[in-house]
Design a protein around this ligand. Structure first.
Ligand SMILES: Cc1cc2nc3c(=O)[nH]c(=O)nc-3n(C[C@H](O)[C@H](O)[C@H](O)COP(=O)(O)O)c2cc1C
Length: 195
């Protein structure tokens, strides 16, 4: 199996809750799946930037950057995304990456009557999020877009088997960061063993 681990955080892993939990997930995953090929894509240390006019002009070009990114993404069987919550959503670099890979004909296509159909059917994803506040209880859950948006995008491209680990309250409960991380790590180890 080919596995892609995507991170979107400029911090050092030890200073980041999402990267700490993501790292624990990957360690557990590797231990349970020693033969799998894991690639890490650190978006904050990559060439991913907002789409340019040149990117849009070359969108239909199989040799263009967008199609290349989309084809590379589609090569994997499993995806793990670790992201902090920034301004109720995801960091701009993760959105920029999504803009690069969402190419019709590679990750999805339009069928009869314009109904979109995801082309990555049968694949799976785990999304690891960390939030400074606590938004799980309704109606606060309506305020935030990180989980909802990533779920929509993954389902749009055909991935229906999606696990979420959401570590909340890292700023609101600063004195409990270690417990918050420990809980996330336990969930990550559980999910990774069967992922
Ligand atoms: C630029 C920026 C924007 C943030 N926006 C929010 C926010 O809208 N809501 C929130 O609860 N926390 C927000 N936070 C706090 C982070 O979500 C929190 O620190 C989280 O633990 C970050 O994940 P990390 O520890 O992996 O970096 C923000 C932090 C930064 C740096």
């Amino acid at each position: 199996m080919k596995v892609l681990y995507i991170t979107a955080n400029p911090k050092q892993a030890s200073d980041s809750t999402s990267l700490t939990i993501g790292g624990a997930f990957m360690d557990a995953y590797r231990a349970h799946h020693p033969d799998d090929a894991v690639t890490t894509l650190d978006l904050c240390r990559s060439d991913i930037a907002p789409l340019t006019l040149a990117d849009l002009s070359n969108m239909a070009d199989p040799a263009g950057a967008m199609q290349r990114h989309a084809r590379q993404f589609a090569e994997y069987d499993k995806y793990i995304i670790a992201s902090p919550m920034w301004n109720l959503g995801i960091p701009a670099v993760l959105k920029a990456y999504i803009d690069h890979i969402m190419v019709a004909g590679v990750l999805f296509k339009y069928g009869v009557g314009g109904v979109p159909r995801g082309l990555l059917q049968g694949k799976k994803a785990c999304v690891i999020l960390s939030r400074g506040g606590v938004y799980r209880p309704w109606p606060l859950s309506l305020l935030v877009y990180d989980k909802r948006y990533l779920k929509r995008i993954l389902r749009f491209i055909g991935i229906r088997d999606i696990s979420f680990i959401v570590a909340e309250g890292t700023e609101l409960h600063r004195d409990k960061v270690e417990q918050i991380r420990a809980q996330g790590i336990r969930e990550a180890q559980d999910i990774a063993s069967e992922f």
